[in-house]
Design a protein around this ligand. Sequence first.
Ligand code: MTE
Ligand code: MO
Length: 233
Amino acid sequence: MERNAKLTRRHFLAAAAGTVAAIGLPGVFATLSDARRLAVAEERRPDGKPRIPPGQVAVERIEDMGGRPGSPDVDAWRLKVHGEVEKPFSVTFAELLAFTQADVTCDVHCVTGWTLLDSRWGGVPLTALLARAEPAAKAGFLVFEAAHGYTTSIPLSDVRDRTVFLAHTFNGRPLPRPNGGPVRAVVPDRYFYKSAKWLEGLKVVSKDEPGYWETRGYSNSADPWKEERYSGR
Ligand SMILES: Nc1nc2c(c(=O)[nH]1)N[C@H]1C(S)=C(S)[C@@H](COP(=O)(O)O)O[C@H]1N2
Ligand SMILES: [Mo]
């Protein structure tokens, strides 16, 4: 893979150390070579949309994710699936691995403007977990419940339309803790704040419950191709 030696340092943390939610990364990005950037700018997705949404800059690797190193604690991890469902349940990490597994390669788009190309994820499609829980007839939205009270939500129709999944593997290795390990949500084609890290619960609701960033000025629909970055847009 082609790489540019030029690294850009960006500081997008919402607050200093101790912050529980960050809208971007305190990381170092590997930007693309000019040739690769021009080629990627011309690419189209199977659905006809440009590969790079408007206002985004492509990066190929993130050198330093910030956050605390160390392996994720899979033994203590539990996921609670609850709310407007016929059959609420809770799973351990081992039980999650017993569900249908999927490998997904996708680009992810942070609302602060970077697009990471070709991130490779392994995990469980949300449809598998929801099928077991059996959402009630009035269910309309899914709230991702993460550590430290971080939440974000998506319409249940989005779960059916795209490959929304819970990832435990990133680029072929166990999902590192700074990236949300042991398990995070990945919602392709929405700004990345919809992809909750350190996932602890899935709550099905009839009325939407806008999440952490969505109640702080960011768009609830978060479509990168419509540049829905802020509320009311
Ligand atoms: N729990 C939790 N999940 C989160 C966030 C957060 O602060 N807390 N930030 C979101 C945002 S804005 C982005 S860009 C991505 C960053 O994921 P990464 O650190 O793996 O790149 O996580 C998203 N999920
Ligand atoms: Mo972000």
